[in-house]
Structures are given as C-alpha cells and as structure tokens.
Write a protein that binds this ligand. Structure first.
Ligand code: GDP
Length: 138
C-alpha cells in the first residue's frame, strides 16, 4: 500500500474562492503536502489526464470544464492515503456525498465537483508524475 495520493482542486472551486478552505480541510484531516502547484490545463492536457474517460458521453464537457480555469494540483501523504482521501472528498455526485465531505461542502454538481482524488495507488503515481518532475516532489 502506498502512502501517497494525488489531488486537484478543480476550476469551479478555485473560481469560487474555496481553495484555502479546501486545503485547510485536507491538512486538518492529516494529509501533508509533498508537492503543489497552481496552474491551468489546456484542453489537450485535460483530455490526456482524463484519457480513460474518452469514450464516455461526458468527456467533452469534462475537458471543457477542467480547462476553463485555474486548478491546484498536489501530491498528498498520509497512511492509507488513497482510500482515506476518497472518503474525505465523498461521492462523485455531491448530492450523494456524505455530510462533512469536501464535495458535500463545496461542490455544485456531478461534473463540477470541486476536487479530484486518485482511485488507486497506481493511478496516484501516474497522475502525480503527470504534473510534477522528480525535483518538485519531496
Ligand atoms: P471520481 O473518481 O469520483 O472523480 O469520478 P469518475 O472517475 O467517475 O469521473 C471523473 C470525473 O468526471 C468526475 O469527478 C466528474 O468531474 C466528471 N464526471 C463524472 N460523471 C459525470 C457526468 O455524468 N457528467 C459530467 N458532466 N461530468 C461527469
């Protein structure tokens, strides 16, 4: 089991001014930041990041949304990081997310759902390497 996961604060949340509050909730939940950057994805980059969803009906909408504004990308560390972070963010659709989760607190819809969290140790490594060079991760 890896002790790292990867997250993005998505454009809906950065544009509404929720970045600080979301980072506060993440850090208070026991995660430490191992790499972080505030950046913006091109459509091509967003498409590559979400390549596994290319055949899904919502792919175009997802790429438009994820390239529409700033995102904050980060690698986080905690014991059991992937699973614990998925619990912290809540269900993909905020309408189904548990009380107190980040998506319940800050997300508006299934598409614009405030945060990303890796779904496996393998994807956490792939996604972290998508954004950060070795020099930027400690
Ligand atoms: P996650 O692992 O909880 O982020 O969920 P998925 O891997 O299933 O989907 C990836 C992302 O695609 C989600 O976080 C949403 O931003 C987006 N997404 C998923 N389902 C839908 C949908 O039905 N409509 C739209 N517009 N976006 C969706």
């Amino acid at each position: 089991m890896s002790n790292r996961t990867f997250t993005m604060i998505k454009p809906d949340a950065t544009s509404k001014g929720y970045t600080g509050a979301i980072l506060d909730q993440i850090i208070k939940a026991g995660f430490s930041v191992k790499a972080m950057k505030w950046t913006k994805l091109t459509k091509e980059q967003a498409g590559l990041f979400y390549d596994v969803h290319r055949e899904r009906g919502f792919f175009g909408e997802l790429v438009e949304f994820m390239s529409s504004g700033s995102i904050v990308a980060a690698i986080l560390e905690k014991e059991n990081a992937v699973e614990d972070f998925r619990t912290l963010i809540g269900a993909t659709n905020p309408a189904n997310a548990a009380e107190g989760t980040i998506r319940k607190n800050f997300a508006a819809s299934i598409g614009e759902n405030a945060v990303h969290g890796s779904d496996s140790d393998e994807n956490a490594k792939i996604e972290g390497d998508f954004f950060f060079s070795k020099l930027e991760i400690f």
